[in-house]
Design a protein around this ligand. Sequence first.
Ligand SMILES: [Zn+2]
Length: 469
Amino acid sequence: MGFLSAFKKKNITIFIFILIVFLLFTLAYQATVYSAEPPQMRVGISISGSHLELSFDSGYTVINMANGAPLQLPAGRYKLVNTGGGIQVLNILNVSQGVFSGPLYLKPLSSHPSGQAFQVHNAIYGSEYRGALEILTEGSGIRGVNIVDLESYLRGVLPREMPPSWGNYGGMEALKAQAVAARSYALYNQSLQRHSGYYVCDSQHCQVYGGKSCETTNTDTALSQTRGEILNFNGVLIQPFYHATNGGHTELTQNVWSGSLPYFSSVPDPYDDPSNPLGLNNFIVHNHALWQADIPINSLQTLLVNNGYNNPGQVKQINIVSSFPSGRVNELRIQGTAGAVVSLLKERSRTVLGLRSQLYSVQDDPQPRVWIVSAVSGVERKESFSELEGKWAVGGNTMKRMLIGESFTAMGNGTRSQVPYLSFVIEGRGWGHGIGMSQNGAYNRSRAGQNHNEILSFYYPGAQIDVGY
Ligand SMILES: [Zn+2]
């Protein structure tokens, strides 16, 4: 009896101990999941010209942050100029409203600042923005910094990363996967502190941000259905690289750049392989998944020299010395008549030659298949070469790589109308580095019924989705 009650007492003590530990864990877990609102972003807005053109309605007030005093500016359109001695505010009639040391702060009066919007008329990537605006001098110019919560910020980012219309064709889960990647990338950029005065810029350097002007229903839905979701690996935010199409095989960071990250893999991706190995219905092959490039042997020398390599002389041969298991090039060797050999490694084998991806093969011998455009006896000929997309057009003294819908003006010297050129023919797959999520692969997976968790766990294996707030 005595033994039994002692046993029970001990059991109860253990039970209470376990209960307390459990409660503590639960509380700690809930604290990390539900405690915070979205963090605030500070986004540097790119403008054309040296002044900032701003409009706001009666829902805002402008405060001089130097002394906290409001400027008493009525709603309307203003021009803000850096005079060297401060920020001058001019009204629509160009009448000065004063020069202020600043920074100035356009403050939304509503308790839901993301529900209001103001305009920056000379912004490059957008025109209308949610939240608040800080206006500060930057060198001899002026900078507007949009202060906006992360979720509202992403509403102006996501439509610039993936076509919102995909949501109408079975791609909602792809948009949601992109939303989680974009949210993680925004926080990752924020932690890098690549800018002073703001966390991220609104150009490709960080993430293109168009503000309220570019929001769409599909991307807003993708964001609200994944609110707060970010990608972590062992509790640390990942670098969620993504690209247009991987051509059928994912890639590791060390095979493109250097240094490995534990949440990427190099495996076949049947949902982004142009040959559609799974025989999926309504399979989407990305427009640029299969490509061919002709590089004139003469232009190779220029490409190498422009990229800081020794001039190998007239190029005789280019060949792939080694590849990775994915098929992406590890080393491309270029041999010239001067005897010099140039080795292009990893990503350089793609970027130096201006190719769409590192996943390609080369025909050993140069082929006579370059397209020449010239003029006769000083007469200018202008033609459209949409069918020659990706080819090189060569004039009397110019050479140019053709893009879709582009026209090329060739000014000949009158002595020749066509110049035969030899070129190396390169055939490749994919567009981009191949690391992390393929957007086209995500689209096919979404259309085949995968949810955004399944899509993300394929492209970022080992990473888990956590709810940041
Ligand atoms: Zn940036």
